[in-house]
Ligand binder design. Structure first.
Ligand SMILES: Cc1ncc(COP(=O)(O)O)c(C=O)c1O
Length: 384
C-alpha cells in the first residue's frame, strides 16, 4: 500500500545498492547530491504501467497517440493551452528540444542565442554544438535572480535568433513572475526573436505559486515559441528519456521537418510510463512530493544560513544553490566538499561565471540523508 512516508525513506545504504549514476560516480563514502535525480522510489502506478507494457509485449513499433493526448490534456488543464494530440511532439527528453529549437530558429553559425548566466549547462552545450554564439543575460544573486528585462534588452541585437528561457529556473530556483515573462515576450515580439522555453520543472513550485506558461501570454509570442516539458523531475524517470513539446502549427511543421530522420520520439516503455504519469493518476504524487520538499527545503535553507552561506530563495525545483562565503577559491571549495565533506555537489561554475562560490545540491532526498550531508558540510566548513 502506498504511503507518502516512502518519500522520506531513502538511506545511504539503500541508494548505494540501487542503480543510477548520481550515487555511483564517486567512491561509496561520498553522498550523491550533484545530479538532479530524486532519491524517491518510482511511483507505484508507473511501475505497474511499465510492467504491464512488458507483459503485453508492447515492444514493437507503436503509435504514441494516447500519450500525446494525455500530454495535451495535462498542459491544457495546467497551463490553459487549447491543444490536441496533434499539437504535441514527443522527444527523447527535453535536451533534444534545445537543439531542435536552434535548428528551427533560422540561425546560421555565428548568430547569437541568449542564455542566462547562471543556467542549466546543456543550454550552453546546445549553443556550442550548433556553432552559435552565446549572449549572456546575467542574473544577479544580490537581486534575487530577478529577470531584469533591461539587462535582456542590452544583449539583444540583429544577430539574436533565439532566447533560451528556463522556468522554473535551474539552478537559481526562481519561478518567473508574469511581469518578467511579459517583459521577455515584448522583447521577443518587438524584435521577432524565437523563444525556446523549458518548463520541465513546472510541477515543482512552492508556497502556492502558480507557474505561468510563456506561450499562453499572447498569440504573437505563441507563433515564436517552442515549449518543452518532460517526465524526468516530478516522476523521477530521466532514464526513460521522454519529453514533449508544443508549438503553433506553422512552427511545428518546421520542427518536424528538421527532426525527420534525426529524432524519432522515444521508446514504447517510456510512452507507457508517461501516459500513466500524465493521465491524472498522479495528482496525489505531485501533492505529496511538494509537501515533502517544502519540509526538506526549510531544513536545508536554515542549516546553510547557519553556516554563513547566502541561500537564494528556492521558489521552484529541488535544486538548492547556496553561495559559500568562505575565504578560498572556487576550486578549493569544490575540493573541500568532495574530498573533506565527502558530499558530491554540483559545482556552481558549471552553470556559468555567476556560479562562482556556489554549489548546487539536489534536495529531493530523505531528512536522514540531507541531515548527514549538512552535518558533513558544516564540519568541513568549520574546520577548513
Ligand atoms: C532545466 C532542465 N532542463 C532539462 C533537463 C534534462 O531533461 P531531460 O532528462 O528530460 O532531457 C534538466 C535536468 O536536470 C533540467 O534541469
Amino acid at each position: 500500500m502506498y504511503n507518502a512516508d516512502v518519500l522520506n525513506s531513502s538511506t545511504i545504504e539503500g541508494m548505494l545498492a540501487a542503480p543510477g549514476i548520481k550515487w555511483h560516480r564517486d567512491p561509496p563514502d561520498v553522498i550523491g547530491m550533484w545530479l538532479a535525480d530524486p532519491d524517491f522510489p518510482t511511483a507505484p502506478f508507473i511501475k505497474k504501467a511499465l510492467l504491464n507494457a512488458v507483459q503485453d509485449e508492447d515492444l514493437l513499433y507503436n503509435t504514441d497517440d494516447k500519450a500525446r493526448a494525455a500530454m495535451a490534456e495535462r498542459v491544457n488543464k495546467k497551463n490553459g493551452f487549447k491543444l490536441t494530440k496533434d499539437d504535441i511532439y514527443v522527444t527523447q527528453g527535453v535536451i533534444p528540444a534545445m537543439w531542435l529549437a536552434i535548428q528551427n530558429s533560422g540561425a546560421k553559425p555565428g548568430d547569437e542565442i541568449v542564455v542566462t548566466d547562471p543556467m542549466y549547462y546543456p543550454f550552453f552545450t546546445a549553443v556550442e554544438t550548433c556553432q552559435m554564439k552565446p549572449a549572456y543575460w546575467t542574473l544577479h544573486e544580490e537581486d534575487g535572480y530577478k529577470f531584469d528585462i533591461e539587462g535582456l534588452k542590452k544583449v539583444v541585437n540583429k544577430k539574436t535568433k533565439l532566447i533560451f528561457v528556463c522556468n522554473p529556473h535551474n539552478p537559481s530556483g526562481r519561478v518567473m513572475t508574469k511581469e518578467e515573462l511579459k517583459g521577455i515576450v515584448d522583447v521577443a515580439v518587438d524584435n521577432k526573436i524565437n523563444i525556446m522555453v523549458d518548463e520541465l520543472w513546472d510541477d515543482v513550485v512552492f508556497d502556492g505559486r502558480k507557474h505561468v506558461s510563456l506561450a499562453t501570454l499572447s498569440p504573437e509570442v505563441a507563433d515564436l515559441t517552442v515549449t518543452s516539458w518532460g517526465i524526468s523531475k516530478t516522476w523521477g524517470l530521466p532514464g526513460l528519456q521522454c519529453g514533449y513539446l508544443t508549438a503553433t502549427p506553422k512552427v511545428m511543421e518546421g520542427l518536424k521537418k528538421r527532426a525527420k530522420g534525426v529524432l524519432r520520439g522515444t521508446s514504447t516503455l517510456s510512452i507507457a510510463a508517461a501516459q500513466a504519469a500524465l493521465d491524472r493518476h498522479g495528482e496525489y504524487w505531485v501533492k505529496d512530493i511538494i509537501a515533502h520538499l517544502t519540509k526538506i527545503r526549510g531544513i536545508a535553507d536554515k542549516r546553510f544560513k547557519e553556516m554563513g552561506c547566502t541561500v537564494p530563495e528556492l521558489q521552484g525545483t529541488y535544486l538548492m544553490f547556496p553561495k559559500f562565503n568562505v575565504k578560498m577559491t572556487h576550486k578549493e571549495l569544490e575540493k573541500l566538499m568532495q574530498e573533506t565533506a565527502k558530499v558530491g555537489l554540483g559545482t556552481g561554475t558549471e552553470f556559468g561565471p555567476e556560479g562562482e562560490m556556489h554549489m548546487r545540491m539536489t534536495i529531493a532526498t530523505s531528512e536522514s540523508i540531507l541531515g548527514e550531508a549538512l552535518d558533513r558540510i558544516e564540519k568541513a566548513v568549520k574546520n577548513k
